[in-house]
Write a protein that binds this ligand. Structure first.
Ligand code: FAD
Length: 458
């Protein structure tokens, strides 16, 4: 008998329930990845993620070959592609991870219908993409289908018993027949950020091991230190599923300590946003909690938006973070919070404009975490203090006290020590002329007044 293991956002061999179930139920398994047209049409194939994906698929194929198998790659509509493989191989079952976004839920529905119509079975596996499946914990109270507040979610989530993670299979027997398209190559993708990290399960596992040895214990103290760059940088691996969130949480918990606890809490944020999106798929584009804003559109604020995107707002910390995004396809969380707050609250531009730009570059860019974090910052999401505004100067002095992060990304200010480097506009005209760096786009007090008026707070 033959079964298909359809890989989506779970490009790994370790701790992979769909693959394990397929191997348990059939003699031969087709490990299948479909380069889905629908994802491309939705504008989701940004170069950085395409390049990282190419690494992931190569590594997955190599891992399968080590075990006697290979990866089958097809492209087109995902349902058509799966049906074709099923017809070619006579597979009776297709195993796939449960999807979270509206798109993934719809894909699952379509697949189920198409397979059942042909007498085949779709087997959907929970807790593959997240550690705790969306909907597995819900608040008490009639009709409540998700948590809208993080802290009680974290409490319930922490009480859930996670399944024990398991290793990669020893052998994978793939039927002879099905042909594969060639593996994509990272070097063929254009427009990739220079400093983009390497993708693939092997790279992810090495990073996880190094993180456990050298980073985890100090995470609580250092996670907001911008220059220290002391977070795990595991987000792209979680996004592509080259690491299992279940395994990661288990490993962190077994290491123990305050650093591990803080880290697990952060990983829980990821599950939190996934369960919000699973219950409210429209939150990917419309306000989860509308606040009556009259945001400026990208067109109305074109010059400001361009300056923000290019990292020349005149606020050094904002500019440093925006340049890191372009250069690496990744940005430190503190930078994401600050640059997002600056766009929506100081420049008063619609959060969707910023979310779209982040998705163009972020290697970990995903609908749940990106859109819902943007909404959180905009105050249209789950933040219980929706009107807070982050001050880039205060943030800079707190999280980049020596100015090292700004010096790294805004080299034109390298000669300026801290704290002066965070407020170059305070220098005399003659001193400023020595630096080729723009004036602030807007006074912070002016930005604040515009936001408060727009939101009807005054
Ligand atoms: P660590 O600090 O090491 O945290 C470990 C893991 O926990 C991360 O890899 C991530 O999976 C999860 N995590 C941490 N913080 C958050 C959070 N606030 N929300 C959800 N998960 C979190 N994260 C994404 O994975 N994809 C995105 O598209 C994304 N967009 C964001 C947009 C904005 C405006 C903001 C404010 C945050 C966004 N984040 C996003 C969350 C967070 O910034 C990144 O997950 C984190 O910076 C990744 O770095 P790390 O792996 O070193 O994180």
């Amino acid at each position: 008998s033959v079964a298909v293991a359809l890989f989506t956002s779970d490009l790994r061999l370790h701790d992979h329930p769909p693959l394990r179930a397929a191997l348990a139920s059939a003699d031969e398994v087709v490990p299948l990845f479909v380069r889905d047209d629908g994802v491309e049409r939705a504008g989701f194939l940004a170069p950085n993620r395409q390049a990282f994906l190419a690494d992931c698929l190569r590594d997955l194929d190599a891992g399968l070959r080590d075990r006697g198998g290979r990866l089958i790659i097809r492209s087109g509509d995902v349902v058509d592609a799966v049906r074709r493989v099923v017809a070619e191989t006579g597979a009776g079952e297709v195993h796939v991870a449960a999807g979270v976004s509206g798109y993934a839920q719809h894909r699952e529905e379509r697949l189920r219908k198409a397979l059942e119509a042909e007498g085949r079975r779709l087997c959907v596996h929970d807790a593959v993409v997240t550690a705790v499946a969306p909907g597995a914990v819900v608040p008490s109270g009639a009709g409540k289908d998700h948590f809208a507040v993080f802290t009680p979610y974290f409490r319930s989530w922490s009480r859930e018993r996670l399944r024990a993670p398991f290793g990669a299979p020893r052998a994978v027997r793939v039927p002879d027949g099905p042909a594969s398209e060639p593996l994509p190559e990272r070097s063929r993708v254009r427009g990739v950020s220079e400093g983009l990290a390497e993708g693939g399960e092997s790279a992810g596992r090495s990073r996880m091991a190094a993180w456990r040895r050298h980073g985890l214990a100090r995470y609580e103290d250092l996670h907001d230190d911008l220059a220290g760059d002391a977070t795990s940088r595991l987000s792209p691996h979680l996004h592509f599923g080259t690491l299992s969130p279940t395994e990661l949480v288990h490993r962190a918990r077994s290491a123990g300590g305050a650093g591990a606890e803080a880290f697990v809490r952060q990983v829980c944020w990821r599950d939190f946003h996934h369960q919000v999106l699973a219950a409210r798929p429209a939150a990917s584009h419309s306000d989860y909690r509308p606040r009556g804003d009259r945001w400026r559109t990208e067109r109305a604020a074109a010059d400001d938006v361009e300056a923000w995107k290019e990292g020349r707002t005149g606020y050094p910390l904002v500019d440093a973070a925006m340049r890191q995004l372009r250069h690496e396809g990744w940005m430190h969380n503190r930078g994401r919070l600050l640059t997002a707050s600056f766009l929506v609250k100081t420049l008063y531009v619609d959060w969707r404009v910023g979310a779209r730009h982040f998705l163009e570059f972020l290697v970990d860019g995903d609908v749940a975490n990106n859109q819902l974090n943007w909404q959180w910052v905009a105050g249209t999401g789950t933040d219980s203090r929706p009107n807070r505004v982050l001050n880039p100067v205060v943030q800079a002095k707190r999280y980049d006290p020596d100015g090292a992060y700004v010096h790294r990304w805004v080299p034109e200010l390298k000669e300026l020590g801290a704290p002066a480097v965070h407020e170059p506009w305070r220098l005399s005209g003659r001193e400023r002329a020595a630096f080729d760096y723009p004036e602030p786009l807007v006074e912070l007090s002016e930005g604040l007044a515009r936001f408060r008026a727009g939101r009807g707070l005054d």
